[in-house]
Design a protein around this ligand. Structure first.
Ligand code: 5GP
Length: 165
């Protein structure tokens, strides 16, 4: 690995598993590292800030980024587009800063074929506990919670592709 370049970390794990909390602690305690801001067509949740949690864009803007080859990877999750814009990631890595991508398993698999990455999967203690946390955070409807749990069941088998769980 070229030491002048930053390290690209990929972190995945089901919705509600606590990735946000873990990442906040990492960024507070480790220097020269930041979480990349993904673009999404999803509407902001309560408390989410544009440019910090995500860059919230329209479907048209998302499609333009795809056409311009401006993203390392992108996926549709529960009818919303999510993607990793290339430029901010490249700029940070080239300046020697480490970058964390907090992305789901399909996008993670794509990016692994394109760049050298360190891959971390955060697994829930159990599905029951994950459901409890999703209900507790009160940001999704019952239907959305069921969809997120269903997605979780497709993500757990991908764990073995990661360097650390
Ligand atoms: P949420 O709507 O809960 O913020 O995110 C839903 C899922 O999309 C999470 O699993 C999250 O990791 C994933 N995600 C967020 N940004 C990206 C991205 O840029 N690319 C991919 N592939 N997944 C993302």
């Amino acid at each position: 690995m070229n030491r002048q370049q930053g390290i690209l970390f990929v972190i995945s794990g089901p919705s509600g598993v606590g990735k946000g909390t873990a990442l906040k602690r990492i960024c507070e305690n480790v220097g020269n590292i930041s979480v990349n801001v993904s673009v999404t067509t999803r509407k902001p949740r309560k408390g989410e800030i544009n440019g910090i949690h995500y860059t919230f864009i329209s479907k048209k803007e998302f499609n333009n980024l795809v056409k311009e080859d401006g993203m390392y990877e992108y996926v549709e999750v529960l009818d919303c587009g999510y993607g990793t814009p290339k430029k901010p990631v490249d700029d940070k890595l080239n300046s020697g800063e480490d970058v964390i991508l907090e992305i789901e398993t399909i996008g993670a698999e794509k990016i692994r074929t394109m760049r050298e990455t360190v891959n971390i999967f955060i697994a829930p203690p159990s599905i029951t506990e994950l459901k409890r946390r999703l209900i507790e955070r009160q940001t999704e409807t019952d239907e959305q919670i069921e969809k997120r749990l269903a997605k979780c069941m497709t993500e757990l088998p991908c764990m073995y592709k990661y360097d650390y769980v």
